[in-house]
Design a protein around this ligand. Structure first.
Ligand code: IMP
Ligand code: MG
Length: 180
């Protein structure tokens, strides 16, 4: 396996909390008196969605999807597999997809096309982190918590090989190689 991980804090729990509350306030205003459905993308969005939903001042239905994409370099937009679909009927409702990070946009462009085919009143995206400089597929992020450049982030739901999802803050992860 070789190599240990160095974690450098990027966003503290307090910084995350105030951004999540600000996003929830904006969403509560924008979707007032509308039927809102939050669709979380597993697993990464589970922490963000649970904090966001509890900060809303309007009602919302909640469901989850699980998607797999295979190595961003080689896949084209839409080349994604759905492992778990939603159960809610979204026809005529306002859908907000809640994602941890939008990077290439490959995962979300597939999901957006699929959800739009089910004739909701609207479909938009709320992402905790928008790495928009690496975008390959055209995905508009309506609500973004933070915008970052390159670099791999973990914590607050985000993982590296299923590690670090439980951290309350978001950290930059660097691999320190033991070899050579
Ligand atoms: P993409 O937009 O299809 O390239 O994929 C975005 C997904 O890749 C996110 O939902 C994450 O699951 C994962 N991902 C991208 N960047 C990071 C990161 O910095 N840390 C953890 N997961 C990431
Ligand atoms: Mg994800």
């Amino acid at each position: 396996m070789g190599g240990s991980h160095q974690l450098t804090p990027v966003f503290t729990r307090e910084t995350i909390h105030s951004r999540v509350v600000a996003l929830a306030n904006q969403i509560s205003t924008d979707y007032q008196n509308q039927q809102l459905v939050l669709i979380g993308v597993l697993k990464g969005a589970f922490v963000f969605l649970s904090d966001l939903a509890r900060s809303l001042s309007i009602g919302a239905q909640i469901d989850f999807v699980s998607l797999s994409s295979y190595g961003s370099q080689t896949v084209s937009c839409g080349d994604v597999t759905m492992d778990k679909d939603i159960k809610l009927d979204i026809r005529g409702k306002h859908v907000l997809v809640v994602e941890d990070i939008v990077d290439t946009g490959i995962t979300l462009s597939y999901l957006m096309a699929l959800l739009k085919s089910r004739q909701p009143a609207s479909v938009d995206v709320c992402a905790l982190i928008d790495k928009h400089e690496r975008r390959q597929c055209d995905v508009q992020v309506r609500y973004a918590g933070f915008t970052t450049q390159d670099g791999f982030l973990v914590g607050y739901g985000l993982d590296y090989n299923e590690q670090y999802r439980e951290l309350p803050q978001i950290c930059h992860l660097e691999l320190e190689s033991n070899c050579c």
